[in-house]
Structures are given as structure tokens and as C-alpha cells.
Ligand binder design. Structure first.
Ligand SMILES: Cc1ncc(COP(=O)(O)O)c(C=O)c1O
Length: 395
């Protein structure tokens, strides 16, 4: 690896670039383009939550919460994990509230991984995991998720390729289900295969489940911790950003066995002390929204997914149907651009739509003809994007 470092910056910081996703958001603003790059909703957050946050501030919940999280939020997280996934955890010893799933993942890795350890990551992967691996001194080992042969198939891994990635230096596997960018929802059978390998190689699973409620076509989200034999070796990561459309609140959490939680809490405390206290109070209200809230969320996104799939296919993309999360991965070979970055630049500057170049989800140029589109937007935003995408022509 060719690492360039300035005289005043660290080798660590030199090993990864800026986030391509966040860069595309800046480009969208610069060119007044429709931002289908970054995964944040452009519609209002639920009124009950905004009210709960206002009330918490008025009630003077304005000082530090307990560093590992306000008790009522931790209790709500434990109650819902038991209800939704059948996993019972102790909110006093197994839950840590962090500043978003982003901090939760970084804290979990810093708390469990030693320099030189290996981390298994399915590829394509959410770009933060690459940087997190470097920050924790780990060496990532990538295992391909293969695209489906047909538009409506599921991304899959080859069990032999996965097994070959595990060995004695493996500390953990990072899972993301439902997955960004592919929309893959890991099945119970797949998770059992992963469990068998984790047990055989005494590895942890660190699982990002931030899209747990955003699943389609009757798919069911299974938490890896709910698989027999996994709770004691799993760090579950989740948060409010996507489920409650409050990506700017920065409230997430980890659920892990007590010894791991102790280590995560120490790292978290010295990284950030704690997440915003009034927003944690609103989080406890959020988790108690009725089941209809979650059903409506998934139905609303399924309709937007279907609309966006049609738009992208009509424009000339191969668009793989996601089973969860709110992104569509596409193959853009038909447009004849030399690579994904050149095409994304053309899209944002000339067509007025921002998407994410696929290569940012791969360690090398495997994704160089892929683009990711987010559809967590108002119908009118998607319609405006449709108008603009009509100007594209496959070559
Ligand atoms: C897979 C995944 N994990 C985590 C995050 C960020 O979560 P948070 O806003 O809670 O930090 C995102 C945001 O796009 C994501 O796609």
C-alpha cells in the first residue's frame, strides 16, 4: 500500500480517504442536484418524537446522561429486543448508548480488536467498516457477496469462500443485515452457517442492524444474536437514525455480553462521554411507537423502492431488487462510461442527480461499473429525479 502522510498527520489517518458518500452530498449541493447519494430522508421526522424532544429540553434534561445511556432508553431497547427477536438482555450490564451506530461500531471494534487481528467483511460493504478496521489496527479480509443472476434474485456468498477467510487470527466478522448497499437480508440458514464458523474459530460477530425494520416482500429480519449459540459472541449495533428518520440526532447503541460491554463503555466514555440527553429521552418514546408505525414505514419504502426500480430500469440500468434497507445497487455498463466515478460526476453535473460510485463499497475496482441510489426521499423528489434521469441515454 502506498501511504502518503504529511509531517503533521498520522499514518493511521493517511490510510483511508474521505467518505465518498458524504463527498457526493457536497457535490449535490454544489451542482444543485437531487441527492440520491446519502441515505437520509428528506421528509419530516414523526411529530411524536419532535414533541418528546422539545418536552425533554423544557423539562431540563440538558446535562450529561449516564455515560452508557439513560436508563429508560436502555430499558426500552432491552424490552424491544426481547419482543422483536426473542433475545433477553440486561439493560444494566449489556447495553451502551452511543452517538449513532457509527460511534457504536468504532467503539465496538476498538474494544474488541487488537492490532494485527483480522476482521472478515462481506463485500460490497458500507464504507465506514474499512476505515473502522484501520482505526482499530485490524486487517480486513473481504468475502464477496455475488450479485444475483437475475434482477429479482438475492445477493449470495459462497460458503467455501467464507470458510477460507476464517483462520486463527480472525477476531470477528462484521455483518450488516439488512445490508447497505445491496439490500441483502441474511436468512436464518445463512446466519447458522456463519454461527458454525464463529464457534469453530472462536470469533465474534459484530452486526449492524440499523435497517432492521426496513424489509420488503415478506422478508423477516433475524438478529444474529437470536441464533442459538450466538448471543454470547455477538455485538449487536442499532440506532434511531433510519427507523425513526432522525439521522441528525446521532443516537445508536450496542448490545453485548457484560465483559464486552464493560470494554465498550470505557472506549465510548473517552470518545464521546455520551449521546445527547434530551434525544435519548425522545428515543425511549420512539421505541414504544405502536407496531403500525413500523408496518407503515416498511410499506412506504416498499412503494418507493418499486417506483425507483422502474425508473432506473427504464433509464437503462440493471437494477437489483433490494429485500431491505433503502438503496438500489445498479450496473451501469450500458452507458459506456470508463468507470463509476466518471459516470457519477456526469450524473451530478449534467443530469442533476447525485448517486454513489459503486467502487466506494469495494476494496478495489470491482464496483467500477456500479452505482448506488438511495430512495428514502419524498415522492416528489423521486419524481423530479425520474424527469432528470430520462435525459440519460444508454450507448
Ligand atoms: C449500514 C449502516 N450503518 C450505519 C449507518 C449510520 O448510522 P448512524 O446514523 O446511527 O450513525 C448507516 C448510514 O447510512 C448505514 O448505512
Amino acid at each position: 500500500m502506498n501511504i502518503k502522510t504529511g509531517s503533521r498527520t498520522s499514518l493511521r489517518a493517511a490510510q483511508f480517504g474521505e467518505s465518498t458518500i458524504r463527498e457526493m452530498t457536497r457535490q449535490a449541493m454544489l451542482h444543485d442536484a437531487i441527492n440520491l447519494a446519502q441515505g437520509f430522508p428528506d421528509f419530516p421526522a414523526p411529530e411524536e418524537l419532535k414533541q418528546a424532544a422539545r418536552e425533554a429540553i423544557t423539562a431540563d434534561i440538558n446535562q450529561y446522561a449516564i455515560t452508557w445511556g439513560a436508563r429508560d432508553l436502555r430499558e426500552a431497547i432491552a424490552e424491544k429486543f426481547a419482543e422483536w427477536q426473542g433475545v433477553k438482555v440486561n439493560p444494566e450490564t449489556e447495553i451502551t448508548v452511543c452517538c449513532g451506530a457509527t460511534e457504536a461500531m468504532a467503539a465496538a471494534l476498538l474494544a474488541t480488536v487488537n492490532p494485527g487481528d483480522e476482521l472478515i467483511v462481506f463485500e460490497p460493504f458500507y464504507e465506514n467498516y474499512g476505515a473502522d478496521a484501520i482505526l482499530s489496527g485490524a486487517t480486513p479480509r473481504y468475502v464477496p457477496l455475488h450479485p444475483p443472476a437475475t434482477n429479482d434474485g438475492d445477493w449470495y456468498f459462497d460458503p467455501a469462500e467464507l470458510r477460507a477467510a476464517f483462520h486463527k487470527h480472525t477476531r470477528a466478522i462484521i455483518l450488516n443485515t439488512p445490508s447497505n448497499p445491496t439490500g441483502k437480508v441474511f436468512t436464518r440458514a445463512e446466519l447458522e452457517q456463519i454461527r458454525d464458523l464463529c464457534v469453530e474459530f472462536d470469533a465474534l460477530a459484530i452486526t449492524d442492524e440499523i435497517y432492521e425494520h426496513i424489509v420488503y416482500d415478506g422478508a423477516r429480519h433475524v438478529s444474529p444474536a437470536a441464533i442459538e449459540g450466538m448471543a454470547e459472541r455477538t455485538v449487536t449495533i442499532n440506532g434511531m437514525s433510519k427507523t425513526y428518520s432522525v439521522t441528525g440526532w446521532r443516537v445508536g447503541w450496542t448490545i453485548a455480553p457484560p465483559d464486552i460491554t464493560l470494554a465498550i463503555r470505557k472506549v465510548h466514555d473517552f470518545l464521546t462521554v455520551g449521546a445527547a440527553a434530551p434525544l435519548q429521552a425522545a428515543g425511549a418514546v420512539a421505541l414504544h411507537l405502536p407496531q403500525s408505525y413500523y408496518d407503515n414505514l416498511a410499506a412506504l419504502y416498499q412503494a418507493r423502492r418499486d417506483e425507483m426500480l422502474q425508473v432506473l430500469r427504464e433509464a437503462g440500468f440493471v437494477a437489483w431488487t433490494p429485500r431491505g434497507a433503502y438503496y438500489i445497487m445498479t450496473d451501469a455498463s450500458a452507458f459506456g462510461f470508463p468507470n463509476d466515478v466518471a459516470f457519477a460526476q456526469h450524473l451530478v453535473e449534467k443530469i442533476g442527480v447525485a448517486a454513489v460510485p459503486g467502487s466506494s463499497f469495494y476494496k478495489d475496482d470491482l464496483g467500477s461499473q456500479q452505482l448506488r441510489f438511495a430512495f428514502c426521499k419524498r415522492p416528489e423528489t423521486l419524481r423530479a429525479a425520474e424527469e432528470r434521469l430520462r435525459r440519460l441515454s444508454p450507448r
